[in-house]
Design a protein around this ligand. Structure first.
Ligand SMILES: [Zn+2]
Length: 281
């Protein structure tokens, strides 16, 4: 395995003569909290598998899309040192003080509400940035999707997980060019399926990536399933995403329409991911 020279970027397919190698690319960025493998190492691509240009530009931008979507959940979980004070959500504020203690305020509405630490916070305004607090379950809910690059960012994670598990040479297969074109250049429309643990269960913010969650199916599809930021993602990396219909059918049989969805979509049904709060004031 070490005999292979990783002389080409899996994203732009340029050789490192054309675009120098990046040291490492973390599949889930530091702001979201690195997933670890069994030996405690951060789950990352090897040096040379991605070039500096892709890593610093397009891939970094996609990492920021996820960092923004999961801003409140990762703050509640104590993950991501870049975030000490969250004011960018309309009806919620969060802060980590010097001792690391979390202060969280959510106004579920309908009127204005005064909070001791944060002052007056407006009610939800009915868009994708709203936060909901469930006092009985001690959870917060945030909407996923809504960003034009959300599916791209999830495909980025899925393709890089595939690369770690199936190998750099497998990732360079022309059969995966459709994924490269979509993630890097917005070519086409590709869906991802998202799901939460059922209501009533714990909703930890966590990542889980395992070898057996990449599947080469008999129908030629390459399916990647993983848990990132407490949300279950399913991505079909094959060109025509032929597995999607069947997977949607299976999930609908098990769950009805609850706690799962796909992006992008025009159905207008919101998907809210739920996160347990463990230490709050
Ligand atoms: Zn590149």
């Amino acid at each position: 395995m070490s005999a292979i020279a990783l002389d080409r970027c899996i994203w732009c397919v340029r050789t490192h003569d054309e675009s120098p190698p990046s040291k490492a690319e973390h599949i889930i960025g530091s702001a979201l909290g690195y997933p670890r493998d069994a030996s405690g190492q951060a789950f990352a691509l090897r040096s040379g598998e991605v070039c500096t240009d892709c890593n610093n530009n397009r891939l970094a931008r996609l990492d920021r899309v996820l960092g923004d979507k999961f801003d409140l959940p990762r703050m509640v979980a104590g993950v991501g040192d870049d975030l000490k004070l969250l004011r960018s959500r309309w009806n919620a504020r969060a802060m980590r003080d010097e001792t690391g203690r979390l202060h969280l305020a959510v106004n579920n509405g309908p009127g204005l509400f005064d909070f001791e630490v944060f002052g007056t916070i407006p009610p939800p305004r009915g868009d994708g940035r709203d936060v909901y607090f469930d006092r009985a379950a001690n959870t917060v809910e945030v909407a996923l999707g809504g960003s034009p690059l959300f599916s791209h960012a999830v495909h980025k994670m899925a393709f890089e997980i595939f690369t770690v598990i199936a190998g750099w040479e497998a990732a360079l297969s022309p059969r995966l060019d459709a994924v490269r074109g979509f993630v890097m250049h917005d070519d086409g429309v590709r869906e991802v399926i998202v799901a939460s643990p059922p209501a009533g269960e714990e909703h930890p913010y966590e990542h889980r990536i395992a070898d057996n969650m990449v599947l080469h199916a008999d129908d030629g599809s390459v399916r990647v399933a993983f848990l990132a930021c407490g949300v279950f993602f399913f991505v079909d990396l094959s060109e025509d995403q032929r597995a999607l219909d069947e997977v949607k059918r299976n999930i609908r049989e098990q769950r009805g329409d609850e706690n799962w969805h796909w992006f992008p979509n025009t159905a207008g049904r919101a998907f809210r991911a739920r996160f347990s709060i463990h230490a709050t004031t």
